[in-house]
Design a protein around this ligand. Structure first.
Ligand code: NDP
Ligand code: GDR
Length: 372
């Protein structure tokens, strides 16, 4: 039985990847952080009682900032494959906590690679690094592919740049099987609530149910190439099954604006939006309401407004990926379109919002957090 170790197993990608590897018969080890509240919601449905001998999902307390902890977990588990998905993954937050972001995202990667070397596992353990389209930042070429020069635009991207190159370096220096997946944005109903797609689907669903009144947004003109996380974790696994380690761009090859994603999400909820303008201080936009799916709104209500707090000191305006290499060498193509993904996210958030609205109507309301 193959063994995999996933850092970031409690995150969006970690949860989908753990599901996939369990389906494939792996023994899956995951690193979770100690927190003051439960933080395993995304993997609770695949939890296995560790007291049962046949359990194939095993969690270990740990942190990418803790070298001895990383070495010990890798020593104990002796994994065939390590997927390094753990990260302070929020670009805007990286401007607030740049040093921590560098420690986790850059040096955390080095810690794992060094642990593999210290433990003499260079020939046994294959390594996947969660690299990112943010490396392209101020884009030098469109669409972006494996050979496109990098130009990071945030502390997050600069940290991930180090992680990218140290992965390449350990492959070249020590013959390790170490790969970078340069993944463009990918989303799902499990996406963190503060990333733009989820913020939109959750916020609008709450508004449609009368739980909130307005969605405060940053740059609506940003263009992103959004895929579905399920498609992308499949590729993470495929990358570690090749004869030779290599780096691959993973993307859909289509891009849309944040505004377009808002429009789709609203349409799913029966809300038709009218964008009057998009200056920093202009109060946005809704307007006509169609159908009865959003009973709490009336025509003219403002449901989207711009809040300058959500603008970044340096923005990545446009990203568009070219995944030709992944298609030709690995036969990978995304199966879920951006619009289908949006529909799935809205449906999941609407279900949650309805549950909250029902509780509220019966006096059991737990406030939904909107601090994003
Ligand atoms: P999430 O933010 O959903 O998950 C991040 C995971 O990392 C969580 O499990 C989190 O734990 C864990 N983590 C955070 N800090 C530490 C730490 N100090 N030590 C150990 N674990 C830590 O990210 P995604 O699942 O969306 O992304 C997975 C990876 O892919 C990340 O590295 C991200 O940077 C990268 N990436 C993501 C893309 C995307 O569009 N989703 C695109 C390209 C790259 P906890 O649950 O406790 O917070
Ligand atoms: P990104 O994702 O920065 O691309 O990083 P995010 O969803 O945060 O932003 C996408 C774009 O939307 C704009 N935007 C807003 N973003 C947020 N979060 N909140 C807002 O209110 C808002 N309004 C507009 C942003 O300015 C940006 O242009 C994600 C993360 O998953 C990274 O870890 C990963 O590496 C990259 O995707 C690829």
């Amino acid at each position: 039985m193959k063994k995999a170790l996933i850092t970031g197993i409690t995150g969006q990608d970690g949860s989908y990847l753990a599901e996939l590897l369990l389906e494939k018969g792996y023994e899956v080890h995951g690193i979770k952080r100690r927190a003051s509240q439960f933080n395993t919601q995304r993997i609770d449905h695949i939890y296995q009682d560790p007291h049962v001998e046949s359990a194939r999902l095993k969690l270990h307390y740990g942190d990418l900032t803790d070298t001895s902890n990383i070495i010990r977990i890798i020593q104990q588990t002796q994994p065939d494959e390590i997927y390094n998905l753990g990260a302070q993954s929020h670009v805007a937050v990286s401007f607030e906590s740049p040093e921590y972001t560098a420690d986790v995202d850059a040096i955390g990667t080095l810690r794992i690679l060094e642990a593999i070397r210290i433990l003499g596992l260079e020939k046994k353990t294959r390594f996947y690094q969660a690299s990112t389209s943010e490396l392209y930042g101020l884009v030098q070429e469109t669409p972006q592919k494996e050979t496109t020069p990098f130009y990071p635009r945030s502390p997050y991207a600069a940290a991930k740049l180090y992680a990218y190159w140290i992965t390449v370096n350990y492959r070249e220096a020590y013959g390790m099987y170490a790969c970078n997946g340069i993944l463009f944005n990918h989303e799902s109903p499990r996406r963190g609530e503060t990333f733009v797609t989820r913020k939109i689907t959750r916020g609008l669903a709450n508004i449609a149910q009368g739980l909130e009144s307005c969605l405060y947004m940053g740059n609506l003109d940003a263009l992103r190439d959004w895929g579905h996380a399920k498609d992308y974790v499949r590729m993470q696994w495929m990358m570690l099954q090749q004869d030779h380690a290599d780096d691959f761009v993973i993307a859909t090859g289509l891009q849309y604006t944040v505004r377009q994603f808002i429009t789709w999400s609203a349409a799913e909820l029966g809300i038709s939006l009218h964008f009057e303008g998009h200056g920093v201080n202009e109060r946005g936009y809704v307007m006509a309401i169609e159908g009865d799916k959003a009973p709490c709104l009336k025509p003219g209500d403002v449901v989207v407004s711009i809040d300058p707090r959500y603008f970044r000191p340096t923005e990545v305006e446009t990203l568009l990926g070219d995944a030709t290499k992944a298609r030709e060498k690995l036969g990978w193509v995304p199966e879920i379109t951006t619009q289908e993904m949006c529909r799935e996210m809205v449906a999941a958030d609407l279900q949650d919002a309805r549950r909250h609205a029902f509780l509220k109507a019966h006096g059991h309301y737990v406030p939904v957090s909107m601090e994003t």
